[in-house]
Design a protein around this ligand. Structure first.
Ligand code: ATP
Length: 551
């Protein structure tokens, strides 16, 4: 424990020293003294570039953080996102012997027990993990004959990566906490939330079994498709630190030369990419959210119908049914340039407060959408539309859920990849039938019945407690709770009426007694008048007393 805090404190000093060396004080506003964080005056390069260099120097956890930040254009000053997207994680590989040692520690057995061959030279090395080629032992087939073992890749987490992530993220939380208290723009930037989002993403990436499960889910969703294939996961050989999967053989999507030489149809390639993405989001509600070129390969057996290979399943997304509908309706309304519909949708569905001015909101949406729509089809960007829509929605107090932000970033990536392949790509032509099909499906009574059927177990569970309530309601037109409330209100009403009546009789009685006493003392009137008055006053008092005693 003590060791951990010494380690974190040392890391904090390292970070502060780097921040100071690159003169990043200006990013802290007035939140930190210049002597601590360094000033701009000693540097010629723009602050965005100095930030990128500092993050690269701080290592993989900070590099990945910067890469994530680069997709938050809504938070960053102009030019910063471009600079951060240049962040490179050129992490040197670790030794093959070390990988062997880590795998054996994870299995608790010698590596040879599981693999017939293991290539100690890594195929690829990244910030979190390293990938090695291997071959499993031959399995006997049904006739008992030995076949060659399957070729696989083994992904191994870097040594100490857990500890490094935990340490660096702890320091990030600490710095974000300070920024949240003292940075002049803390409310807009929400530093602690940004770190929390990163923490979620990177923690997920540290569990390779989770990645394996994502891959097998995607494999199932796309079984038999000629659009995309996914590697089979060997769960019996996989642990949290080691993932073993089928070795896929394809051409990296950014190896344009090979794609051209093989005669790949680039239009089909781009359109199929968009189709896969929209089907993942709307048909399956399970999308690959780390779509960078390194994770995408292509099989060119039929170059006119190129088939994708999906790799690296550390980051996936899925939306709530409400967010899914939000997205579909907004895309459709955006492409029909029906900005009023977008504004109405936000209020009708409760995403925005009911008192939001539809006219104002519609105007704001028009302002951000028209410049995007006024471009040739090949330049219209869904991702940019979403980015800007979320920005104004936040201004109107709509809390955009992190999964929607993840989706918006993925849309930008998919569009970018598609247009790199085929610049005239008309995204809408591919997306529209998928969206419309999805909307039709939702409205289909058979689908509604199916959704009901899926919810049947929960309904059946709730039925025993729900049934008596419903029957009471049907019988009395009210629930037991509301009946109790109605009864109490009626009682209170009675009590108030009786109290008012008693008060009236008390006043009358008092008036009569006082008047009788006066008549008795100043006798222009005969005594019998004051005696009658006194008796009447007493009678009124008795009446008031009996009325209040009855309650
Ligand atoms: N099943 C596979 N078959 C063939 N090659 C693979 C397979 N899995 C991974 N690779 C190769 O290894 C590289 C790194 O794998 P992966 O992207 O999963 O690692 P990573 O640590 O998440 O990397 P990054 O953080 O850069 O995305 C891939 O770009 C690909 O070239």
């Amino acid at each position: 424990m003590a060791f951990k805090s010494v380690d974190r404190t040392r890391r904090l000093f390292e970070i502060l020293a780097t921040v100071r060396r690159y003169g990043l004080g200006e990013l802290a506003g007035d939140a930190a003294p210049r002597w601590l964080v360094g000033a701009k005056k000693d540097h010629d390069a723009p602050v965005a570039e100095r930030l990128r260099l500092a993050l690269e120097e701080l290592g993989p956890v900070f590099i990945k953080f910067g890469q994530m930040l680069s997709t938050r254009r809504d938070l960053l000053p102009p030019g910063m996102a471009e600079e951060l997207s240049r962040l490179q994680d050129d992490v040197p590989p670790f030794k093959g012997a070390k990988a062997r040692e880590l795998i054996e520690a994870a299995y608790g057995h010698s590596l040879d027990k599981f693999f017939a061959e293991f290539d100690e030279e890594p195929m690829a090395a990244a910030s979190i993990a390293q990938v090695h080629a291997a071959r499993l032992h031959p399995q006997g087939d049904e006739k008992g004959e030995q076949t060659q073992g399957a070729t696989v890749v083994v992904k191994v987490l870097r040594p100490d990566v857990h500890e490094r992530v935990v340490r660096d993220v702890a320091v990030m939380y600490w710095l974000a906490g300070l920024a949240a208290r003292f940075h002049p723009e803390a409310e807009r930037l929400r530093p602690v939330e940004i770190v929390a989002e990163y923490d979620r993403i990177i923690s997920d990436e540290l569990d390779l079994l989770r990645e394996g499960a994502n891959a097998s889910q995607l494999g199932r969703n796309w079984a038999g498709s000629d659009l995309i294939v996914h590697p089979t996961i060997y769960f019996d050989y996989s642990t949290e630190n080691v993932l073993v999967m089928e070795h896929m053989h394809g051409t990296p999507i950014d190896d344009v030369e090979t794609l051209v030489a093989a005669g790949a149809d680039f239009k089909a390639l781009a359109e199929r990419g968009v189709e896969i993405f929209f089907k993942q989001v709307f048909r399956d509600n399970f999308f690959h959210a780390d779509m960078h070129p390194g994770n995408i390969q292509v099989q060119l057996d039929n170059p006119q119908r190129p088939r994708y290979i999906g790799l690296d399943f550390g980051i996936v997304g899925s939306l709530t049914p409400q967010d899914q509908r939000y997205l579909a309706e907004n895309f459709l309304a955006f492409f029909n340039q029906n900005y009023r519909r977008i504004a109405e949708l936000h209020v009708e569905s409760g995403w925005m407060p009911a008192d939001t001015s539809i006219e104002d909101f519609e105007g704001a949406i028009r302002t951000v959408s028209e410049p995007i729509m006024n471009k040739p089809l090949a330049e219209i960007s869904f991702g940019l539309f979403l980015l800007r829509l979320f920005k104004i929605a936040r201004r109107y107090n709509y809390q955009v859920q992190p999964q929607l932000v993840l989706l918006q970033k993925t849309v930008l990536n998919v569009e970018g990849l598609g247009r790199d392949l085929y610049p005239q790509l008309d995204l809408w032509a591919t997306a529209k039938p998928i969206l419309e099909g999805w909307m039709r499906n939702r409205a289909d009574p058979r689908r509604a019945a199916e959704r009901m059927r899926n919810q049947l177990p929960e309904i059946m569970d709730a039925l025993p407690t729900l049934a008596p309530k419903l029957m009471a309601y049907a019988r009395d037109g009210e629930t037991p709770g509301s009946r109790r409330l109605t009864q109490s209100l009626t009682d209170i009403k009675h009590e108030l009426t009786s109290a008012r009546r008693a008060m009236r009789w008390t006043l009358v009685g008092t008036g009569l007694v006082v008047a009788s006493a006066l008549v008795f003392v100043y006798p222009p009137m005969p005594h019998w008048v004051s005696i009658v008055g006194g008796v009447a006053g007493l009678a009124a008092w008795i009446r008031a007393w009996r009325g209040s005693a009855r309650q």
